[in-house]
Write a protein that binds this ligand. Structure first.
Ligand code: BG6
Length: 512
């Protein structure tokens, strides 16, 4: 609900408005805030999903007054909004912004923050509900939450709630993830901690659940009897986009696999939950993550592939090598590509490989999940070359195309029996139109209404790292000797193709 003087061009609201609250953003002067958080909050306001009793307190090192911050927010909105801006709503929105300059390591700012929050809370009638968004470097996550607790800002009761949203990376291996969880859980309860993964804010990722569990025809064949294997590809055309200092320490494996790709695997492979309650869904996801067979050291050598791009050509443009990016050492051994073959040890998926790959500077931006079914028996088509019989593939297109397609064989017209491969396509935009969004709207709103379904629990994060950590250990012990090993603008090193070819399979590449 918004103030009476604001007339909104927005469509009717779908969902309940968030609770009154103050959102405190640590890292309010940074990129995530201006590119994603502010536009997402504005979109929520426009869709009437934000309480009228809402305010933001930005906290960052950069010295700024509240007026400067309001001006910055207003300018950033012009630049990064996903749709048209309503001038009245912009004014309503910007008046809710407040700012505190300070160093996150300085204890004093937490007492200053507490005083400011008392005031902002009264002025905006936020009922004492606060959530803290840590859009900061990961080293600050633990210390900030400890300081918030020490200042009494994490204490909740029947009258008000307190929550904290933590960005990635959540740890850099299994030990550091466990240590961070332990540090947070000493001063906050699991229910107060919202570990965000922006992949779960994507409509098409959420739709994996709807597709599987709201339709009767897919679930009976969603298992090892009918499915040959599954491919998950998260291909990016971009390089490291000025994030060299972060990326060179992280690498593709840490950056994408324990978080985004584990989400895609668990939603694709999980059993039907008994309800859509947060823990019912997350229990099933966690079971899958725990069932992924961890690699032995030998298996890391045969079932994982790493790559780093050298110079190449993409979209007709020359692309410099990863090692030539700023803040990347010119002998860097960090991987920008990873591929793996995982097995899930349960009755549904025994012997069904899950192949995954992700990389920077690939030929097209494309995230998709290919479910490849077993071939039909060949009796009828014994005169047809086996390799010409294309197996059925169901493809969940996550981005940039959003949709679902089914590949099957059909008779090519003519007097003899010849088979052709055809695709049946569904595109979201054709049925539901498109509502431009940042992907953070749903997640922020969920936190404001206390729904943690789309956030990571401690055990899920740790289970993801259990899969990845053995790989990191072997890779560290055996530094790559052949980097760079794929030119920018290609589908990764040849070993990634061989990973499937050894099993008589091939990646499906989508190129536009
Ligand atoms: C981020 C990674 O979490 O996800 C980036 O740190 C990556 O390296 C990005 O580019 C991909 O997100 P999206 O939404 O563009 O697929």
């Amino acid at each position: 609900m918004l103030e009476k003087d604001v007339t909104l061009p927005a469509p009717a609201r779908i969902g309940k408005p968030a609770d009154p609250c103050v959102m405190v953003i640590f890292g309010a002067a940074g990129d995530l805030t201006r590119r994603k958080l502010i536009p997402a909050l504005y979109n929520l306001a426009k869709a009437q999903l934000l309480s009228r009793e809402f305010a933001v307190v930005g906290v960052a090192h950069r010295p700024m007054s509240t007026d400067d911050f309001r001006k910055k927010v207003s300018d950033d909105m012009t630049k990064f909004a996903t749709g048209e801006i309503d001038p009245d709503l912009r004014e309503w929105f910007v008046r809710r912004m407040h700012y505190l300059t300070g160093d996150f390591g300085d204890k004093n700012i937490y007492t200053q923050l507490k005083d400011l929050l008392d005031k902002v809370d009264k002025d905006h009638s936020a009922h004492g509900n606060y959530f803290f968004y840590l859009a900061t470097g990961s080293d600050y996550f633990g210390p900030i939450v400890e300081q918030l607790a020490a200042a009494g800002l994490m204490e909740q009761n029947n009258e008000h709630w307190r929550r904290v949203i933590i960005e990635k990376p959540f740890g850099r291996d299994i030990d550091s993830a466990r240590a961070l969880n332990a540090q947070l859980l000493r001063v906050a309860t699991e229910k107060q901690i919202y570990r965000i993964d922006h992949y779960l804010g994507k409509e098409t990722v959420q739709n994996i659940l709807a597709f599987r569990f709201a339709n009767g025809i897919f679930e009976p064949i969603w298992n090892r009897r009918y499915i040959d294997h599954i491919q998950i590809s998260v291909a990016e055309t971009v390089g490291v986009e000025g994030r060299g200092s972060y990326y060179d320490i992280a690498g593709a494996l840490r950056d994408m696999v324990p978080n985004h790709i584990m989400q895609l695997i668990s939603l694709t492979a999980m059993e039907p939950p008994i309800s859509f309650q947060a823990d019912a869904v997350r229990d099933e996801q966690a079971k899958i993550l725990h069932a992924i067979q961890p690699f032995s050291a030998e298996e890391v050598l045969t079932k994982t592939v790493r790559g780093q791009y050298g110079e190449g050509t993409a979209g007709g443009q020359h692309v410099p090598a990863y090692r030539a990016e700023s803040d990347v050492p010119n002998d860097s051994r960090t991987e920008t590509f990873v591929a793996m073959k995982l097995m899930i040890d349960n009755w549904r998926w025994a012997d069904v490989p899950f192949y995954l790959r992700t990389g920077k500077c690939m030929p097209s931006r494309n995230t998709h999940i290919v479910i490849q079914f077993r071939r039909a028996p060949f009796v009828l088509f014994r005169d047809t070359q086996v390799e010409n019989l294309v197996p059925n593939q169901l493809v969940l297109h996550i981005q940039p195309e959003e949709g679902i397609s089914l590949r099957f064989a059909a008779k090519a017209p003519g007097p003899i029996m010849r088979l052709g491969t055809v695709d049946m396509n569904f595109e979201y935009a054709d049925y539901f139109g498109t509502t431009p969004s940042t992907g953070y709207e749903r997640l922020l709103h969920d936190c404001m209404i206390g729904d943690a379904t789309l956030f990571q629990r401690a055990d899920m994060v740790e289970a993801g790292w259990c899969v990845v950590s053995p790989v990191l250990d072997v890779w560290k012990a055996l530094p790559p000797r052949n980097f760079p090993n794929y030119p920018a603008g290609t589908w990764g090193p040849k070993e990634a193709d061989e990973l499937l070819e050894r099993d008589g399979r091939h990646w499906r590449n989508f190129e536009k």
